[in-house]
Structures are given as structure tokens and as C-alpha cells.
Design a binder for this molecule. Sequence first.
Ligand SMILES: Nc1nc2c(ncn2[C@@H]2O[C@H](COP(=O)(O)OP(=O)(O)OP(=O)(O)O)[C@@H](O)[C@H]2O)c(=O)[nH]1
Ligand SMILES: [Mg+2]
Length: 364
Amino acid sequence: MTPTYIMIGGFLGAGKTTTVARLARHYMALGKNVGIVTNDQTTDLVDTRNLRSQGFDVGEVAGSCFCCNFNALTSTVEQLGTGQLPEIILAEPVGSCTDLVATVIRPLAQVYGKPLNIAPYGVILKPSHGIRILRGEGSGFSPKAAYIFRKQIEEADFVVINRIDELPAADVTELQTLLERDYPGRPIIRCSARTGEGFHALTEMLDQKGQFGRRVMDIDYDLYAEGEAELGWLNSQVAVHAPNPFALDELLLDLIKRLHAQLVATSAEAAHLKVIGLCDSSYAVANLVSNAAGPELSLSSVATTRTADVVVNARVAADPVTLEQLVRTELNAAISTINGTLTVTSMQSFQPGRPVPTHRLNSQ
Ligand SMILES: Nc1nc2c(ncn2[C@@H]2O[C@H](COP(=O)(O)OP(=O)(O)OP(=O)(O)O)[C@@H](O)[C@H]2O)c(=O)[nH]1
Ligand SMILES: [Mg+2]
């Protein structure tokens, strides 16, 4: 059977990983083998740990985006499954990437050389920043980062308005109107990756066959590179030890609240700040998708422990040196509340470099 490649795009914190996990459960419930590929510009991905903790078969492309290391994407795909490729391959690109039709989807169809069904390319719209960008208001990011956000939608076969479980109905209607105004002809699906509301429409859309993955765009790579470089990127992993058992969920929430307070105080807009804490067989995840939205515990462990590994991934409109200082300070502060000690296993902070795609195919 020819494997199906489903790539779910969208801005940082839009809900890609949550959607991929729900889709994986959906296809597994139908009896299909599923493999997932995650992606980041460096190692220590919260998403990989999160999805593996949920029991999925996950391969990781860490160190560059799918578009800039196309061969790593295909070799990672080939390592999924046992002996043969899974029937469903779910791929999550980096949330600051665009031009993925020309650099990933067309090359998979035209260069890869092995048969794949390529599903329609869906992009998840992140309401917290999206509504401000589509209205033409300040989003907390510069116009260059907003350019990336808009380009992501432009190349989509369909757009998903996510988080309808919490969005006011008037905002959903407004988002739909703004999308229809600026991107006529894109099917729009309204759903909640968290509750599953609207998911049937998403899986039906993904099952469609036809002329998809063909919206190759004109794009200004200078602007794209400058927009990406305005984000500070930080991935770190620390080992926490405490003399007495502590609640893992509370530690993560305390840490993300502290980080949020500092971002607000320094007017550094969060694109996505995510933290996973792992102990024994339990794990918890806390997120901040925008300064206005505030922090939340998205997956609770209900665990008490004396030791945990904590992985922090931060994508923030701030320079990476400032971001690293802030994360180090707040990690120490949060861990001192449990009288714990902290060992930094890894700490990488940087600005994303200019995207230089392995392939860029204009032809349809
Ligand atoms: N309320 C609500 N929260 C959601 C929904 N989808 C995702 N979230 C939350 O939004 C946050 C970000 O979700 P992710 O799935 O990690 O987003 P992402 O697009 O993978 O983020 P990056 O990989 O960093 O680009 C998490 O806290 C999720 O729990 C939704 O439909 N409703
Ligand atoms: Mg993700």
C-alpha cells in the first residue's frame, strides 16, 4: 500500500502537535500504522518528547528545517515503522517555516522517487496572533514575522481555524471573513484540536484527492529570513533533584508563569514557550502561545517526584542572549521554591539562520 504523507503547517503555537496527536489516534483507531516526523532547528524538542510519551512512533529531524534538509526528512521517514513504511506519515514542520509547497511537497512528489500519496496541505491558523495580523493591527511581532504568517496561509490547500472550543463565536466569524477576503478559494475548517470538535471535516478534507499541493508562491527570501531572525530560539534540558517530593505540574506552571511575567515586563512577545517535565512514566506539558493568552498546563501528570527532566523550548521576539539569561534565572528561581538543585544538560540559544532550501520547485 502506498503510504500517505500528511503535513500540517501553521505558525508557532498554532496547535500543530495537538492536531497531529489527534490525527494519529484517529488513524490508529482505523487500524492503520502511523508514524510521525517532528522538526526543529536544534535538538531537545518538547514535541518529540511529548508525542513519544503518548506512545507514538516518532522520528525527528533536528538541526534544520525539512526544507533546508530535505534528505534528512526522507531518511527519517524511511526509518519509521517496522520493516515497511507506515500507511500514514504525519509531519510537523517548524512553525516559522513557509514556502513548504515548493521546497517539501513538490520535491516529495517530483524528486523523492518513491511513491507517496500526498494529502492536501493544511495550515492551522493561530487565532491569538492571526486575528490581529489579518486585521492589520500590531500583533506583538514585526511586519516581517507577520509576512511569514501570511505566506503560510497563502500556500495552503485549506486553512484550519483552531481553538474554537474557547474562541468567541464572533471571532470565529471574523476570522472566516478575513480569510475569505484575503485568501479567496481556500476551504476553511473550524475545529478544536483539544476537544476534537470539527475534526470530522478535517479528516474528510485530508482524504480528498485532486490538484493539491500546487500553490507555489512568489516569496521574498530576504524578508522571510529577516522575519525568522527576529525570533530568539532556545532549547534546553535540565535535570532537577529535590530533597522532598514535589508536584511536577506545579513546578512547570510556576516556571512558565515566571517566564511569562518576565516576557511581559520586557515587552518580548512569546510566539510559543513550551515546557515538558518527565519523571518515571509520567509527563506534564505547559505552554504559553502569546503574552496576552497567558500560560496554561496543557497536559497534567498529577505526579509527585523528587527527580525530573525538564525540557524548555522558547520561541520569543527577543535576542537569544537575553532569552537565555531570562530562562536560566527563572529556572533557578522556580527550582529554589522546591529547594531543588538543577543540572543543565544542554542549553542552546540562537537566531534562526537564513533558510536555504535543498530543492525549490516552481513547476506544478
Ligand atoms: N484551547 C485549546 N488549546 C489548544 C488547541 N490546540 C492546541 N492548543 C494548545 O495550544 C498550545 C500549543 O499547541 P501545540 O500543538 O503545541 O502547537 P504547535 O503548533 O505544535 O506549536 P510549535 O510546535 O511550537 O509551533 C498548547 O498549549 C495546546 O494545548 C485547541 O483546539 N484549543
Ligand atoms: Mg509543535
